[in-house]
Design a protein around this ligand. Sequence first.
Ligand SMILES: C[S@@+](CC[C@H](N)C(=O)[O-])C[C@H]1O[C@@H](n2cnc3c(N)ncnc32)[C@H](O)[C@@H]1O
Length: 178
Amino acid sequence: MPEAVFHICIKDSVFIDVGCGSGALAIAVAKRNPQASVIGIDRWGAEYASFNKALCENNAKAEGVGNTTFRQGDATHLDFPDGTFDAVVSNYVYHNIPGERQKYLLETLRTLKKGGAFALHDIFSKSKYGGMQAFVQKLKDMGCQKVELIDTTNGQFMTPFEARWMALSGSALLVGIK
Ligand SMILES: C[S@@+](CC[C@H](N)C(=O)[O-])C[C@H]1O[C@@H](n2cnc3c(N)ncnc32)[C@H](O)[C@@H]1O
């Protein structure tokens, strides 16, 4: 997780993990931020049939984490008002959803408070997302700060070979402050 997420760790913060799957990222974030609440949402559809709400809850319990909640939800239409969250995170979710993926990113960012942090990891290849550098500029033009697209296939997180081997080429972390 980038430092940006941790710089806003104030008491009573509320974070969301979009497409939380088994809850791994939500639980990790909750552990690092014991005074925050972390909500994990996921569609939990047939394509990832082993992931479900009970699994997330059991995983949180097994990790001794009490500041997570999990609920069913759709990343394309999040059931939260504008500016609900202090931070939004997501890992390898939006590329699974057909359609205009930049819109899904904007939908997630809609739920983030002004000044909140985002860290969204996905396969941001041109074929899946179109031009991401233009999207980074769009976010800056919208008033977001410190927006960066960090390549996660250059050895720091995985090597280019590992990325190709796991069909994860193009992986990057979109981070910034709204
Ligand atoms: C590759 S898994 C990643 C899970 C988790 N983020 C992780 O890092 O382990 C993709 C996840 O996206 C979820 N997903 C796919 N489409 C979704 C949608 N429209 N809304 C919410 N979750 C969705 C799937 O159910 C699945 O749990």
